[in-house]
Design a binder for this molecule. Structure first.
Ligand code: HEC
Length: 156
């Protein structure tokens, strides 16, 4: 019953733009100086997977951004736009403000487990009604994609 309701809501809203601030605390943009904090192992907002802690640098690393762009064009652009419009999956605009960097990288590199077990990933699945396929992205490539997303969100 709940599922049906959620599904209907998803169809009505017809958009995968993450329903506003789901995790208000600890926005990555604000804590970007040092995200390697203590709560590593048990923090559910970091998702499930090998990525436990990500160090974000400022200014952004340009070589990562260009590699990230290339991977995006090759493997992701069919389903993800860079604005907030959904194609198949959600648009990426503001993703780095709404999600922890670890969550994003675990979603990219461990998507099957995330869709099966992570509550936030499951909400997206209920909204998009399709499972993102495993793209065999390495952790290094996921880090490049994250840098590209940060630039897309206006970080310098
Ligand atoms: C075939 C379509 C498809 C492709 C290709 C694809 N994705 Fe996805 N992605 C989705 C869908 C659909 C979702 C929403 C979750 C679900 O339903 O599985 C999603 C969700 C995501 C999310 C979470 C979005 C959010 O708002 O929190 C991230 C991050 C992501 N994808 C990254 C990537 C990356 C990086 C690539 C390329 C390496 C990629 N995706 C390729 C379909 C795709």
């Amino acid at each position: 019953m709940r599922l049906i309701l959620i599904t209907i809501m998803g169809l009505v809203i017809f958009s995968c733009a993450p329903d506003k601030p789901q995790n208000q605390e600890g926005l990555p943009g604000q804590s970007s100086k040092n995200s390697a904090v203590e709560d590593i192992l048990t923090d559910p907002t970091k998702g499930i997977g090998a990525v436990k802690s990500v160090t974000l640098n400022s200014p952004l690393e340009q070589d990562r951004i260009s590699r990230g762009l290339a991977i995006y064009e090759m493997k992701c652009s069919a389903c993800h736009r860079l604005d907030d419009k959904r194609v198949v999956g959600p648009g990426w605009k503001d993703i780095t403000k709404n999600r922890k960097p670890e969550w994003i990288m675990n979603m990219i590199t461990n998507v099957d487990v995330m869709l099966d077990q992570d509550p936030e990933a499951q909400k997206l699945l209920e909204l998009c009604l399709m499972r993102m396929p495993n793209q065999n992205v390495s952790i290094g490539d996921a880090r490049d994609l994250l840098e590209f997303m940060r630039q897309n969100d206006g970080e310098k």
